[in-house]
Write a protein that binds this ligand. Structure first.
Ligand SMILES: *[C@@H]1O[C@H](CO)[C@@H](O)[C@H](O)[C@H]1NC(C)=O
Ligand SMILES: *[C@@H]1O[C@H](CO)[C@@H](O)[C@H](O)[C@H]1NC(C)=O
Ligand SMILES: *[C@@H]1O[C@H](CO)[C@@H](O)[C@H](O)[C@H]1NC(C)=O
Ligand SMILES: *[C@@H]1O[C@H](CO)[C@@H](O)[C@H](O)[C@H]1NC(C)=O
Ligand SMILES: [Cu+2]
Length: 580
């Protein structure tokens, strides 16, 4: 097993090593081991980009601890909420929660938020190998730094369809100096105040803000003053150590709050081999677009001049960038990791070259020999038109004119036990009002708020077409990465303009469509996905841009609730579930 080859400069931390040893020892006696984790969630001052701010940390760590398991293992996380002023939940992104929908970690959908002082235990099986992550799903807690990696290795004795000498893993994201409470308040204010572009981009939780841009205490009152320390170890560039001539698997997860990102390894091509936990047809790229909620594995060979180091870099895509490149160090052999490349920061394709992004997304196809062909036709089709709207003077996002607002009862329990008053009993519409206008702001920008649920026959095949449109601003349409809980879906096709239900399905890829859990819809375009509603539970399908979901950009799917046993008491206790 290559991961244990510690001789060639692994970025392996002591806790991770101990965890690996633990798993190995465990597996020696059983298959389907159990990984036990005790996590304490609390606020912490941290300086990921040299500017200090209060973040949400796990066991004092940022990013949170990496979970490493094997397919079939059970993960048990005992989560203590030590934050005195807010509740918390954790979503296990990409884990389908088959048989455990109550541990999906979505507030008021799968569970009640965990109150300050409470300890809550998540327990679920990681069924499929791949690159995943976890993150807070209440309010904007992800943007407060509340996330970490979840890596699921193959069952013992199984082999990947590719080889490599070593493994590296990073999460990438965008970073703001304002608190998530400021951000949330702005989104719900009249007039609307957007969170704006991030101050920094982070690789493995580290970035660098230019401290000369921070007002000093002689300018503003000391209490208001940001503290910036470019010497802080917390903001020194992350180091990816490599040995000349060796090939590496680099796992990348985008936990970004807002930005679409583009990843570059200076001077090195990358071969994409995995996306969202599935093997993909190997494609060589010079840079990789990453949408929030997506994960990839790429292979690269350290085949460049070993006497220097190289940049690993991320840039913003799809929004006019004002944020400097996020940088880490690709560290060759035993060069000092402090030896910064003298080359300029790598440059990504033009931020608004959406054709580039669309064509790269279309390169992601199921790997030959590993195709899982989609069912040939759907039992039900939804067309979800996403629009930016106003409700009572506030800016919102809506799906077929309904902006999702959670109620105070977990929908899972409400549906299971028939508490009709706990949510909107009228299901949202399967289709938008016609004719659709996607190229200009809506003539009547008003929409409704709702908490209705789309319920599917258990085992049925569902097609969803996400139709993008113009925002409330003229000549503006944005990228939205859509993430489905509880399932993987086939990406059947992408298109520009308005989806044509009579003709566009003819060009669907029914042969080697990739399975994913997150897919981007591009400006003024559509994307079509298909999934089997075969996982009993209640499952959000939403834009993974944190501010957008917070502003209503999501829907709730449900299926097979009669197949579920009693819901554990530990997830109840709020809204109508108080009386249960
Ligand atoms: C940091 O900002 C200062 C003030 O604008 C500028 O003079 C300097 O060049 C910047 N440094 C870097 C490394 O960008
Ligand atoms: C990267 O790929 C491009 C296009 O396939 C090729 O021209 C280039 O030589 C490759 N670069 C390296 C460093 O392998
Ligand atoms: C959306 O709902 C609002 C509020 O009920 C209504 O004014 C508007 O006409 C609806 N728009 C569409 C396209 O159905
Ligand atoms: C719309 O924006 C694009 C670039 O984002 C620009 O090329 C085009 O000219 C704009 N069109 C109008 C009508 O402003
Ligand atoms: Cu969005």
């Amino acid at each position: 097993m290559k991961r244990f080859d510690l001789g060639c400069g692994w970025p392996i931390s002591l806790p991770r090593l101990m965890l690996l040893i633990g798993i190995v020892l465990n597996l020696a006696v059983t298959t389907g081991a159990t990984g036990h984790y005790k996590w304490k969630v609390d606020y912490l001052y941290f300086s990921p980009d040299c500017v200090e701010k209060a973040i949400i940390a796990i066991n004092g760590q940022y990013p949170g601890p990496t979970i490493v398991a094997r397919a079939g293992d059970t993960i048990v996380v005992e989560l203590e909420n030590a934050m005195p002023t807010e509740s918390v939940v954790i979503h296990w992104h990409g884990i389908r929660q088959i048989g455990t929908p109550w541990f999906d970690g979505v507030p008021f959908v799968s569970q009640c938020p965990i109150s300050p002082g409470e300890t809550f235990t998540y327990k679920f099986v990681v069924g499929r190998p791949g690159t995943y992550f976890y993150h807070g799903h209440l309010g904007m807690q992800r943007a407060a730094g509340f996330y970490g990696s979840l890596i699921v290795d193959l069952k013992r004795g199984k082999r990947e369809p590719f080889t490599y000498d070593g493994e590296l893993s990073i999460v990438v994201n965008d970073w703001w100096h304002s608190s998530v409470y400021d951000q949330e308040t702005g989104l719900f204010s009249i007039p609307f105040r957007f969170v704006g572009e991030p101050q920094s981009l982070l690789i493995a939780g580290r970035g660098r803000y230019n401290c000369s841009l921070v007002p000093t205490s002689s300018v503003v009152g000391d209490g208001d003053c940001l503290k910036c320390n470019s010497e802080s170890p917390q903001c020194q560039p992350y180091v990816l150590p490599v040995q000349s001539g060796k090939t590496y698997r680099l796992r990348i997860a985008s936990v970004a709050s807002l930005s679409s990102l583009n990843f570059i390894l200076e001077g090195h091509n990358m071969t994409i081999v995995e996306a969202d936990g599935y093997y993909v047809d190997p494609v060589i790229v010079q840079n990789l677009d990453l949408y929030s909620g997506e994960t990839y594995s790429v292979l690269f060979t350290a085949n460049q001049n070993p006497s220097r180091n190289y940049w690993a870099a991320i840039n913003v895509r799809g929004r006019k960038p004002v944020t400097p490149t996020g940088l880490a160090i690709l560290n060759y052999n035993s060069n000092p990791s402090s030896l910064l490349p003298s080359t300029a920061s790598p440059v990504s394709p033009a931020w608004n070259d959406f054709d580039y992004s669309l064509s790269q997304s279309k390169l992601i196809l199921a790997r030959k020999g590993y195709e899982v062909p989609p069912p040939p036709r759907p039992d039900r089709q939804l067309i979800l038109l996403t629009t930016q709207n106003n409700i009572d003077g506030r800016t919102k996002w809506a799906i077929n004119n309904i902006s999702y607002v959670p109620t105070s009862t977990p929908v899972l329990a409400a549906l299971k036990y028939g508490w009709k008053n706990a949510y909107d009993p009228i299901p949202p519409p399967d289709y938008p009002a016609l004719p659709m206008n996607i190229i200009a702001p809506p003539a009547n920008p008003n929409a409704k708020a709702g908490s209705g649920v789309y319920t599917f026959h258990f085992g049925s095949v569902v097609d969803v077409i996400i139709q993008n449109s113009n925002t409330l601003n003229r000549n503006n349409s944005e990228i939205h990465p859509w993430h489905l809980h509880g399932h993987d879906f086939w990406v059947l096709g992408y298109g520009k303009g308005i989806f044509d239900p009579a003709n566009d399905p003819k060009s669907y890829n029914l042969k080697n469509a990739p399975l994913k859990n997150t897919v981007a819809v591009f400006p003024y375009g559509w994307v079509a996905i298909r999934f089997k509603a075969d996982n009993p539970g209640v499952w959000p399908f939403h834009c993974h841009v944190e501010a957008h979901f917070h502003m209503g950009m999501g829907v709730i799917f449900a299926e097979g609730l009669d197949k579920l046993p009693k819901i554990p008491k530990s997830v109840l206790g709020c809204g109508f579930s108080k009386y249960h």
